[in-house]
Design a protein around this ligand. Structure first.
Ligand code: GUN
Ligand code: ZN
Length: 445
């Protein structure tokens, strides 16, 4: 058991409005093992109320610091770490000229391993304690990422990228070594083998990962949907409605579906735990399909601004009522830092302000990258498991220690914050990895 005294940020259970935060100026966070040995929050609240209840617990006093839930990144590409900031006219040329040439290299286990080590360290340095990540179409990259995340105890979900057409052969899935299975069959067999090997091991989860409909044959999408039905606990991740040229292409390839999004539903790929990145160019029928199937959106604002893809429509999402959270989408996205992502989401929300009626509050932005993202991923305490993305009793003890005086400008600005919103906004606008003094990961004993 261990206790931390500091300011503490958390979100009320089922709080209404769902994104309002609770802030303890002088708080106590007590962490210790649950019945399964997982390190969880045992108690949280005002220091003066709790201190006498935990007299024998080792106490770390962190004056001037803020403890907040670890961030949840709902969509990031581990093999794109080294191509951040590669400019292109739009998504499709960016994939062709930068992404696919880099992703080819991940067939080599050594290359994948060193990239995975850097990637996981970089997530932790930026305060990210849960991530849903893409690997490449080579199982070597999936093995490397799971292995590294397991070693560092990061809660990570990934899977073999499914792409059996419309990409250079080096980044497509490979046929079986003995020639007995074609590329599509082998990719589905490899997916199932990886589910059995990794899903539920420690803090790891598997995501069935059709890259996007244009890179998958009908047979591959159908097979992915069959696996999704067979393994309902497993996640699904893909991309949808990001870019106008991409949408046109997807509509040409799957003309029988009502829309690009509906293609995924037609192959059994929309359900709880299905996470679609971007979701920009939707109509209300698409939004209703998201709501009714339980699929969720990974909003990726730095990527959408960098690649000129468009603006996620918050007002539309809230009007129809489907779930969403925030994502970096590195390397289309420009930063591992959740502060940069929250700021970009604020800009995107401003763009749609006339429709929404008000801009996104800093508490809502923070919620979208912590408790809201965890809820969208189904990691908010469902199915009897501890929740992540929050610091309520019973949540896994994943948290960050923030130093609001980390830079001279942050120190000046936060000293003049007159409300919680002003404090959170100052950190969102001025923050980066320097604000994260420490990232603490829930340890199993
Ligand atoms: N659509 C298909 N693949 C990708 C990718 O790697 N990044 C983004 N942003 N969109 C995609
Ligand atoms: Zn992506």
């Amino acid at each position: 058991m261990k206790a931390y005294r500091a300011a503490i940020l958390r979100f009320a259970p089922d709080c209404e409005p769902r994104h309002s935060a609770i802030f303890e100026e002088d708080g106590l966070l007590v962490v210790g093992p649950d019945a399964h040995g997982t390190q969880v929050v045992q108690a949280v609240g005002p220091y003066r109320d709790l201190k006498d209840q935990w007299p024998d617990v080792a106490l770390e006093h962190l004056p001037g610091r803020i403890i907040a839930p670890g961030f949840v990144d709902m969509h990031i590409h581990f093999p794109q770490t080294d191509i951040i900031g590669s400019p292109a006219d739009g998504l499709l040329p960016w994939l062709k000229y930068y992404t696919f040439p880099e992703e080819k290299r991940f067939e080599a286990p050594d290359y994948s391993a060193q990239a995975a080590a850097f990637f996981i360290a970089e997530l932790l340095r930026n305060g990210v304690t849960t991530a849903l990540a893409f690997a490449t179409s080579h199982s070597e990259s999936v093995q490397a990422l799971f292995t590294e995340a397991h070693a560092r105890q990061l809660r990570l979900i990934t899977g073999l990228c499914l792409m059996d057409r419309n990409a250079p052969v080096e980044v497509r899935n490979r046929a079986g070594a003995d020639g007995s299975r074609n590329v599509t069959e082998q990719s589905l067999m490899d997916t199932e083998a990886l589910i059995k090997q990794w899903h539920g091991k420690g803090r790891l989860g598997y995501a069935i990962t059709p890259r996007f409909a244009p890179s998958c044959s009908e047979a591959q999408l159908r097979g992915a949907g069959e696996l999704a039905a067979k393994y309902p606990e497993v996640w699904i991740q893909s991309h949808v409605a990001e870019n106008k040229d991409e949408i046109k292409w997807a509509r040409e390839l799957f003309p029988d579906s009502r829309s690009y999004l509906a293609t995924y539903a037609d192959f059994g790929l929309m359900r709880e735990r299905a996470v679609y990145a971007h979701c920009i160019h939707f109509d209300d029928e698409d939004r209703a399909l998201m709501r009714d199937t339980g699929a969720v959106a990974a909003i990726s604002p730095t990527s959408n601004l960098f690649l000129g893809s468009g603006f996620f429509d918050y007002a539309g999402a809230d009007r129809v009522g489907f779930r969403y959270g925030l994502a970096s989408d590195v390397g289309g996205g420009t930063s591992f830092s959740p502060f940069h992502t929250m700021l970009a989401a604020y800009y995107v929300g401003r763009e749609g302000q006339t429709k929404l009626g008000l801009s996104l509050s800093p508490q809502h932005l923070w919620w979208q990258h912590t408790a809201g993202a965890a809820q969208a991923l189904g990691l908010d305490g469902q199915r009897g498991r501890p929740a992540v993305g929050n610091l309520l009793p019973g949540c896994e003890a994943d948290f960050v220690v923030l130093n609001p005086k980390a830079t001279p400008l942050l120190a000046r600005r936060t000293a003049h914050a007159n409300s919680l919103d002003e404090l959170l906004f100052a950190m969102i606008v001025l923050g980066d990895d320097r604000l994260i003094e420490k990232t603490v990961i829930s340890q199993a004993f």
